[in-house]
Structures are given as C-alpha cells and as structure tokens.
Design a protein around this ligand. Sequence first.
Ligand code: CMX
Length: 440
Amino acid sequence: MEAYKEKFKATAEKEAAEIKEILKDHGTKKIGEVSLSQVYQGMRGITGLVSETSLLDSQDGIRFRGKSIPELQATLPTAKNGHEPLPEGLFHLMLMNELPTQADVEEMTARWQRRSHVPTHVFNTIDALPLSTHPMTMFVVGVMALQTQSSFAKEYAKGMNKKDYWEYTFDDAMDLIARLPRIAAYIYRRKYKNNEHIQPNGMLDWAGNFAHMLGYEDEGFKELMRLYMTIHADHEGGNVSAHATHLVGSALSDPYLSFAAGMNGLAGPLHGLANQEVIKWIFEMQETLGTEVPSPEQITQYVKDTLASGKVVPGYGHAVLRKTDPRFTAQMEFGKKHMPKDPLCLTVWNIYETVPPILQSLGKIKNPWPNVDAHSGALLVHYGMVEYEFYTVLFGVSRALGVMASLIWDRALGFPIERPKSITTQLVKEWLEGKAEIWE
Ligand code: CMX
C-alpha cells in the first residue's frame, strides 16, 4: 500500500478504536434529545423527517396512507381480468390521501400516456455510454439528460413565486413518472436485446406497457410488474433513496436533480442494489454447489462461508423492520400462486427457512428476517429476465412514485432547506471531559 494511504489507515484505525471506547462508556449519554450512539450510528431511531405518503412500523411493515399491502391488494383497482393492484391507484392514494376509483386510475394512465414523450437527446446521451456501463448509471444519466425538460427549473429562472413551487414540482413529477418506463426499457433493450426497441402500446396501463416495452408479453409478467411497481414505491422518508430525494429537493433543486440523487443512493448494495446481489449470490451458490436446489445443510454452510468472508447475506436485515417484510410475503404468495415448483423460488423459500436462525445466532444483527430484495429476482428470472444487473432500475422506476408524491407534498407544505447539525469527535472528547459545550 502507498505510504500516504498507510498513514491514513493508521490514523483512521486509531480514531475508530477511540470512538468504540467512547460509545462503550458514554453511548447512552444525551445530546439534547438523542444519544451519542444514535449520532454515530446512522441516526437510527431519531425522528427528524416528515413524509406524508407512507409510514413504516417495525412489526407490521409499510402502510401507504394507512393501508397495508394486503389491504392495497384487496382495494386498489386492477387491470381488466387482472388481480394485482395498479400502481396508478397507489400513486393517487399517496398524493390525494383517498382511495382511487376505477375512473381515477384510468385518468392517471391517460395522463401519464400523454406526458410520456422522451426527447431524442436523452436516448443519444445514453447511447454515448459504453455498453458495459451498469444499468443504474445509464438510468441516472438518462434522468439527468431529461432534466432539460424541467418546468420547475425554467420557472425558477424566470422568477417563480414561492406559492407556485408545488405546481411545477407536480408537473415535473408527472412528466418524470410518465417517461421513466420508456427510459428504463430503452436501457434494457440496448444493453441486453441487441438494441432492438419496442414502441409503447397506448392501450396498456403504466406497468403493463412497461412490461411490453421491456419485451415481456406474458400476462403473468405484466401482473408481476403491477405488483412490483406497487410494493417498491415507498418505504417512508428515512431510507436512502427517499431521504436523498427529499434532501436535495429541499435546496429547491428540481425534481429531476432530486430524483437522480435518490437513484444514486438506491444504486448502493445495502439499499436497492441488494436485489441484484441476492440473485448473483444464489447463482454463485448453485454453481459452487453444482445443484439447482441446494439442501438446507448446503445453504447453511454457504451462508456461514459468506459471513466468514466478511460479506453480508444480501436480502436479509433491515434498519427499521423487525419481522419478515410484508413485501417479501406478497412476492412469496405471488410465487406460490404462479410458479409453485420453480427451482429458484424453492431455493429462495429454503433460504428463508435457513438464514434467520443463523443470523440470529450471531447476536448482533437486529433483524434476521428477509426484506423486499430477497425475493424479487426469483420471480423475474421465472419469466426470463435473467439480467440481474438491471433489477435495481425496476426498483428505481417504482420508487419514483413514492418520492415524487412526497416531493410534491414537501413543496406544497413549504418545508425548508434541510440542515441538521454535525459534530466532530474532537468536540465530543472535549465535551466528555467537561471542557466544551455541545449546542443543542
Ligand atoms: N448479513 C450479515 N451481516 C449483517 C446483515 C446481513 N444480512 N444485516 C446486518 N448485519 C450486520 C451489520 O453489518 C452490522 O455489523 P457490524 O456491527 O459488524 O457493522 C450488524 O449486523 C448490526 O447491523 P443492524 O443494526 O442489524 O443493521 P443496520 O441497520 O446497520 O443495516 C441493512 C441494515 C439492511 C443495511 C443490513 O441489514 C444489511 O446490510 N443487509 C444486507 C443488504 C440488504 O439486503 N439490503 C437491502 C435492504 C432493503 C432495501 O433498502 O432495499
């Protein structure tokens, strides 16, 4: 290692050890209303944000405007002959705080169809990237190229009245949601399907048309997309993608800039990228063990090896949830209904039986249960979408629904620029020695 790097490593290791000691002895000490441990450990449990569209309960999971996922499945309008909720309905619920009628949902589909034109320069910008580029990078670059269309940015430059912020945020949010499936499908077909693109079908709903443009005409895949786009849309305000979108938006960066920030966060393996990591990890397990459906004993050993090599088990654990994620359960039920004998789904279900007790036995993991990402890939693979590097883009298209509805509310309620206070470890040490104050 280069000497300069060595020097940094030694300095950082010393400070990390000091912080560990400080937290062991003083972690519960309060700075204002919060403890020193919360300040150092990812602000866990600190209530510091308002996000109107959904609320996460550690035991019951996510509720969108008070409605759980099973309730959404029972009450939101579906496609003709379909059973899964249409994401248009969820967006209406999050935005308007009322259950949509069939007519509300049809109007939303039509509204997004009218707004769905993507200018050529966006495709040209994506085309400028090497084919080897990760799909999430292409997605963010596509969103940034689309920022030229921002009504919010144009009106702000002209001199917009504060009371109108929400309205141009609303227009940009609608345009962005309408256009994302086109951009995402373009990336998929460019990278994996020989650059052969499929024109939109104006007769289909938003998620059904997305499935069509991706190249999947199976009605089962369209139903999966409707469910997928609904359950990945929102997970209250503190997760990385929602928080980043909200934070950047608070500087009055327009919705395109804000959403791109959120997507850069979603592309992290501890957040949305975990959905690709899960399938990659299972494929590697199958290859290493030489079997399509590894036994519980084989899975146990593989999980132990993963942990011993200093890696996380992808798809397991959560910062807030303390039970099996209802989004995992909804996907498992979809799998049991549509593909009960699928070998990859069987493996996901065997992993679900095997992993939690192992993680629990480590004693340090707060939630040993599966999250949303533990299941999604197996369902996609069943319909032929094996290109797992693309999966986080699907998550991103869905997440736009929640973070854009929230952003409209942020501007409608006039929320200010976000600016929490930070401190240094030097100040903490002086404070513990009684030589300095920490301002509250
Ligand atoms: N495998 C191995 N170790 C895990 C683990 C897992 N699945 N989940 C948590 N841990 C470890 C943490 O890395 C941490 O270890 P250290 O103390 O050595 O740093 C310890 O257990 C305590 O962590 P925690 O308080 O239980 O969990 P956090 O709130 O810090 O992190 C999360 C939450 C999701 C990042 C973590 O559980 C994880 O890394 N899971 C795997 C990645 C994943 O599936 N992410 C997707 C989450 C859903 C989403 O956003 O899409």
